[in-house]
Ligand binder design. Structure first.
Ligand code: TMP
Length: 210
């Protein structure tokens, strides 16, 4: 098995990331080497990161302005990288992250338009150096369709409440990154059945691992 592998899942709202990551966790749990896998989530994954997540997602009293939002995501990321991801990768583990800096480029870059994709990449490099996912699954679906799939009983968070125009820009951001880094990205049609998507994910991971 290859040592230290970094896999990320990316996509807009209701793209099925959470379901796919749960299916991957269930699959990993059947493996003899399940201890070699570490699952993390952004924002979050550390005590500080979880507090930041709360400030970002459910902050009705004093929602962050766009630049504060960008830096809160970055703060959560640096904490996660330095406290969890780097040590796991150095120990030869497979780290699976639910979102990473491609989300910042899509949401804060393309949708909020605070900085360009290039500027956000530069900022990311200043914060986490050359750490880059080896493989990124991008679950691609149009925002129109994705929002139709959302469970209406679950209230929308602060970012989900942004309009369709915002989420279309997010999708443009992911498309841009997938096009820019074709070797790293595995673009999956997220309108396919959950089983089909899962099969593609497992095939790619096994290809790269064994
Ligand atoms: P999720 O855990 O449901 O994917 O929610 C995280 C939310 O935060 C989602 O709306 C995407 C957003 N986000 C950003 O805007 N920028 C980022 O850098 C990250 C990691 C997430």
């Amino acid at each position: 098995m290859k040592k230290g592998l970094f896999i990320t899942f990316e996509g807009g709202e209701a793209s099925g990331k959470t379901t796919q990551i749960q299916m991957l966790k269930d699959y990993v749990n059947t493996l003899d080497n399940k201890e070699d896998f570490v699952f993390v989530k952004e924002p979050g994954g550390t005590v500080l990161g979880e507090s930041i997540r709360n400030l970002l997602m459910h902050n009705e009293i004093d929602p962050p302005v766009a630049k504060a939002e960008l830096f809160l995501y970055c703060a959560s990321r640096v904490q996660l990288v330095e406290k969890v991801i780097l040590s796991a990768l150095n120990a030869g583990k497979v780290v699976v992250a639910d979102r990473f800096y491609d989300s910042t480029i899509a949401y804060q870059g393309f949708a909020r338009k605070i900085f360009s994709a290039d500027e956000i990449l530069q900022l990311t490099q200043m914060l986490i150096g050359n750490l880059k996912p080896d493989l990124t699954f991008y679950l691609k679906i149009s925002p129109e369709l994705a929002f139709k799939r959302k469970n209406p009983d679950i209230p929308l968070d602060r970012i989900e409440k942004e309009g369709l125009g915002f989420h279309k820009k997010v999708a443009e951001g992911f498309d841009y990154m997938a096009n820019l880094e074709k070797d790293r990205f595995c673009v999956i049609d997220a309108t396919k059945s959950v089983q089909e998507v899962h099969k593609t994910v497992i095939e790619h991971i096994n290809n790269i691992l064994y």
